[in-house]
Design a protein around this ligand. Structure first.
Ligand SMILES: CC(C)(COP(=O)(O)OP(=O)(O)OC[C@H]1O[C@@H](n2cnc3c(N)ncnc32)[C@H](O)[C@@H]1OP(=O)(O)O)[C@@H](O)C(=O)NCCC(=O)NCCS
Length: 211
């Protein structure tokens, strides 16, 4: 079964998009379930695939993947989920692990409480579908289940960060009713710190990495 989400008419920030299912008999059989310890390798694979995608999409070319990324990232995800009433979902296509969603509740600081209306925000930290399984509705199914769980937890918002160049993901989010709220804007003040200042004895001029 494939899941497609479309919106009818203009959307306001408080209006729900109309979501409906399209049945395609040729489509893969989808299931979304909770993460189990045996999924650790799949989680690592999905987190790495996600980061590799971000490395290619970062207009500032400042995103990278170090060899210890996967281990550290898995630990961070498991810790945050445990500490912040979160969850990890595994999307299966035809009974094979195909993607993941990692999400938890983002707390508000004392100061934030003084400047923001009371809110409980679910943070979708990572959404990743392995390349061979994309465009089959796995991402949509994971997103829909995240939304359902955060509603269950009393959240009034679901938020995430997405690179400006990630048009595919942005389309998916827009279809599910997401609207931009903030923009991270950056001015490069010099060459990347990794090369600047150059180590003593280095003759080569640092390469400027501007978009
Ligand atoms: C973004 C991402 C999670 C989407 O996952 P996905 O499983 O491909 O998502 P879906 O299949 O639900 O939807 C993607 C598209 O496939 C289409 N689709 C869904 N089911 C389909 C089917 N059976 N046949 C053909 N197309 C289908 C959807 O309509 C949608 O179309 P669109 O690109 O025009 O919006 C995935 O591409 C990914 O992991 N990307 C790399 C990591 C990333 O960018 N993550 C988000 C970081 S913020």
């Amino acid at each position: 079964m494939s899941v497609a989400c479309r919106m009818r008419g203009p959307l306001t920030p408080w209006r729900e998009p109309e979501v409906f299912l399209e049945l395609d008999p040729r489509a893969m059989q989808l299931e979304v379930r909770d993460y189990r310890p045996a999924d650790r390798e799949h989680l690592g694979e999905c987190l790495s695939a996600l980061l590799d995608e971000m490395v290619g999409l970062d207009p500032w070319h400042r995103t990278r993947r170090t060899p210890d990324y996967t281990t550290k990232s898995i630990s961070k995800c498991l810790r945050e989920v445990r500490q912040n009433d979160g969850f990890i979902l595994v999307g299966e296509a035809d009974h094979e692990p195909a993607g993941i969603a990692v999400a938890w509740i983002s707390g508000m600081s004392e100061v934030e409480r003084t400047i923001t209306l009371p809110t409980r925000v679910g943070l979708l930290y990572a959404l990743s579908v392995l390349p061979g399984f994309r465009k089959n509705g796995v991402g949509s199914a994971l997103l829909a289940e995240c939304e359902r769980r955060f509603r269950q937890r009393g959240c009034d918002q679901l938020g995430l960060f997405v690179f400006a160049g990630n048009k595919g993901a942005q389309r998916l989010y827009a279809r599910h009713g997401f609207r931009d709220r903030a923009k991270l804007t950056v001015k490069q003040l010099g060459p990347p710190l990794r090369r600047w200042p150059p180590p003593p004895g280095t003759k080569r001029k640092p390469r400027r990495v501007h978009p």
